[in-house]
Design a protein around this ligand. Sequence first.
Ligand SMILES: [Fe+2]
Length: 273
Amino acid sequence: MIEYSPTPKAELSAYEKAAEEGIDPRCIPQHLIEVPPVGEEIPYPIYSKIDQESWQILFNRQMELLPGRAGEAFLEGVQTLQLKNSQIPALRKLSSILEETTNWKIARIPGLLHERDFFQLLAERTFPSTDYIRGRHEIDYTPAPDLFHDIFGHMPMLTQPAFADFYQMFGKAALNASGAHRPMLERIHWFTVEFGLIKQTEGERIFGAGILSSKNEVIHALSNEVTKIPFDIETVTHQDYDVWHLQDVLFVLDSFEQLVDAFTGWTKKNGLL
Ligand SMILES: [Fe+2]
């Protein structure tokens, strides 16, 4: 008989802890039960007029806030992907643009994924995206992933070559991780992919999807209420964060090449890649 012992609390991911504490079920990760459609296989859903208007409201609001706040790479990515306020973009079209740009693809997934399914897709240079949009009553904040976060927040950065390489490497390393390396990798993900800042000649700019897809986080992130620390991967792996409130500590990269170099060194040192 095989006996399973529960994962020690310190080794649970933030989402696993949330699930244990009975938070919004849409935030509880699910396993993929079938291979998700990728690229050309993804149909364009029938969106209601309200859905299309929600995209327009969210897109216009963020784009108005982003000049002088979002990083150059992100803003260029919005152009490359031809994101516009007029219509919710088709995942298959975004997938084909990404394929030409950095050889990434899009898979359509049903909601928050279980970690291993998520990492597996990243390791295959495939970004998992939802294709439904938040309801109007939660236009300002939704705890669960939706297409605005996935498309607008994440995809522009996948057009940046060094970041695109880092993200695949992250997926591969995460598949090999166990024990204390899991929350460490989760912190690296949080403070880069979701809440990362980067130094540009004009000052600090945002590239993290968790910030760029949220009105409140965008305004808050560059304010004096946030302590900004130069990116150091060892410090990041020990920095706690709170999923449910505005962030009070963020890390600032010098360049995306710095991220690739630091992550390569850290994963090697820890035997993950
Ligand atoms: Fe995200």
